[in-house]
Design a protein around this ligand. Structure first.
Ligand code: COA
Length: 159
């Protein structure tokens, strides 16, 4: 099976993202989790911190690596000789947002296919923004994020 890129902001990685990584690691020979370096979006964690947290969370998967990219995803996938983009779908709203991106990415790189993986039951309600809100107010992060991410969130907000 081809090489796949799973792109996103991952600010920070959640158990929802991890669920998609696990499924992609089963389906593809190689999976690159690619953190978008987007200077226009204010993020809690730096790109390096996000990559470090993802590395810690995916270390069990020998065919998964972590990288970052700037610019167009279509160019980055070409550079990585990856023909598949993986995106998770939690809801119909995700689907509506993802379809135009999938079409546009294929227009920009004719080799590129987007594969949508449904979020597993139990993690479909998780988003990085909600997790940050909960962490900011000292709420329980159990089941929402990997342990390293929970610790990093506590350090950011409560140190
Ligand atoms: N489980 C849990 N949360 C998920 C999830 C899942 N399976 N899938 C998405 N999310 C959440 C994220 O946590 C994030 O939550 P937040 O908004 O609360 O922070 C939100 O959904 C957005 O997801 P993310 O994967 O970070 O998408 P994005 O919209 O920030 O980035 C890119 C999408 C990186 C794929 C896209 O912006 C891109 O390719 N950019 C590069 C430039 C480019 O090529 N543009 C043209 C595209 S056609």
């Amino acid at each position: 099976m081809p090489r796949a890129v799973y792109p996103g902001s991952f600010d920070p990685m959640t158990n929802g993202h991890l669920d998609i990584v696990a499924a992609a690691a089963e389906l593809f020979d190689n999976v690159i989790v690619a953190v978008l370096n987007n200077p226009d979006k204010k993020s809690l964690f730096s790109v390096e911190e996000r990559m470090e947290l993802i590395r810690a969370s995916v270390k069990a998967y020998t065919n998964v690596s972590v990288d970052s990219f700037s610019g167009l995803l279509a160019d980055y996938t070409r550079l990585q000789t990856a023909d598949v983009v993986v995106r998770g779908l939690r809801s119909v709203q995700d689907f509506e947002a993802e379809i135009p991106m999938a079409h546009m990415n294929r227009r920009l790189n004719a080799q590129l296919r987007t594969v949508f993986l449904p979020a597993s039951l139990g993690v479909a309600d998780i988003s990085s923004s909600l997790v940050k809100q909960i962490a900011m107010h000292g709420g329980a992060l159990t089941g929402l994020v990997p342990d390293d991410v929970a610790r990093a969130l506590k350090r950011k907000y409560h140190n």
